[in-house]
Design a binder for this molecule. Structure first.
Ligand code: PLP
Length: 383
């Protein structure tokens, strides 16, 4: 197709290469080598070290929260955040089916059940209206929280995910969840630097998490963070992810079942250097997004832009194609020609481990699954 060829040419022009173009690759243009070598010279490469502390300070500032805790990856962060929010065996957690598998897995690791509710077409994230409709139908407010009156299970958390960096409608979602006394944990794995009404995503719920996997906007190699505005809860997150060890000069005392989910100082060094560049990475991506926007406008294709009152980090950029057939044609041709594109995730209830979970109508999620495609989104190297 002629337009797909033009797209390929356009992307190659941005990244100035005839080689394979991945969806997202890291950029190490700052102090990465310096900081990582420092940890080796100091011998503090493992889970205690100055960069772990520095990273936690930087993350608290970036997320505008009281306490940030460094952990080994985003999935572990989610698992522990849900535990801290009070999710227990047999509980239900409200979330979206249009997400990366880690969101649902973290619920399952707590032996709880995901309840898949629909997303909004404009935010690509959990729909406050779908949550409200579900609760009006099946929710029952009791003294110790919200219950599902059809199953008898407690609904102990709501876990929205900010898809590709686009914030969900947080004001409305927080209102609904507060009304039903359901704690919110934000899966902000993809949305570091994105804001909603001027406030960082990840800072609205009782807890929020971020991921620093290799494909994210900034990377620790692998890594994650738990943030909270409740300092005590944040400190408890540190305790639980540090094998629940009581501080003592020499004795090993662990006061409950904890996890070894600490981030090594070696990784913290890398992410500190990356975080120094977060603003410039986002600025760079926003420029690329503008170029994509005008390119696709001419083609008559919907390039996803940020919604009013939000700023988006444009971690992964995406377009909405006409239907599944157009989508597949676009995917096949671009990937064949060395420009990587990828469909949005298969909906969670189509995976074998989640096929028996409750779900609502999923009209919007199904619509988006057929049409949304990610396009190359790495930071463009200037010059
Ligand atoms: C990347 C990601 C995670 C988990 O991150 P890891 O660091 O890879 O464990 C969780 N949720 C979403 C939506 C993600 O994109």
């Amino acid at each position: 197709m002629k337009q797909i060829d033009q797209f390929i040419e356009f992307v190659r022009d941005q990244y100035k290469t005839t080689d394979f173009i991945p969806l997202h690759e890291p950029r190490f243009q700052g102090n990465e080598k310096k900081y990582v070598l420092e940890t080796i010279d100091s011998t503090f490469v493992s889970s205690v070290g100055a960069y772990v502390d520095l990273f936690e300070e930087m993350m608290a500032e970036i997320s505008q929260t009281e306490r940030a805790v460094a952990v080994v990856n985003g999935t572990a962060a989610l698992q522990v955040a849900l535990r801290l929010a009070g999710v227990k065996q047999g509980d239900e957690v409200l979330t979206q089916a249009l997400t990366f598998v880690a969101t649902a897995n973290a619920i399952a690791y707590n032996n709880a059940k995901p309840v898949f509710l629909d997303v909004d077409l404009d935010t690509l994230g959990l729909s406050p209206k779908a949550v409200e409709a579900f609760l009006e139908e099946q929710g029952e407010l009791r003294e110790d929280g919200c219950y599902n009156k059809k199953t008898g299970n407690k609904i102990s958390a709501c876990l929205p995910m900010h898809t590709f960096g686009f914030p969900v409608d947080l004001n409305e979602l927080m209102d609904v969840c507060n009304k039903w006394n359901i704690p919110v944990v934000e899966d902000a794995a993809e949305s570091i630097g994105s804001t909603y009404h001027g406030k960082p995503t990840g800072s609205f719920g009782q807890l929020g998490i971020y991921s620093f996997n290799g494909n994210k906007i900034v990377t620790a190699g692998g890594g994650g963070a738990i943030v909270s505005n409740d300092k005590q809860m944040g400190n408890f997150a540190k305790h639980l992810t540090t094998t629940a060890k009581k501080p003592h000069k020499y004795e090993y005392v662990h006061d409950e079942l904890g996890h070894n989910y600490r981030m090594p100082n070696l990784n913290a060094a890398l992410i500190c250097a990356q975080l120094e560049q977060l603003d410039s990475f986002i600025e760079n991506k926003r420029k690329l997004a503008e170029k994509y926007e005008s390119f696709f406008e001419e083609w008559g294709i919907n390039f996803r832009k940020e919604n009013p009152d939000t700023t988006v980090n444009y971690w992964l950029m995406c377009v909405e194609l006409e239907d599944r057939k157009e989508r597949d044609m676009f995917l096949n041709e671009t990937n064949e020609k060395g420009v990587m594109t990828r469909p949005i995730w298969k909906l969670m209830y189509k995976l074998p481990m989640y096929e028996n979970c409750f779900r609502d109508e999923q009209k919007n999620a199904e619509y988006l699954e057929d049409r949304i495609v990610n396009i190359p989104s790495s930071v463009v190297i200037d010059g």
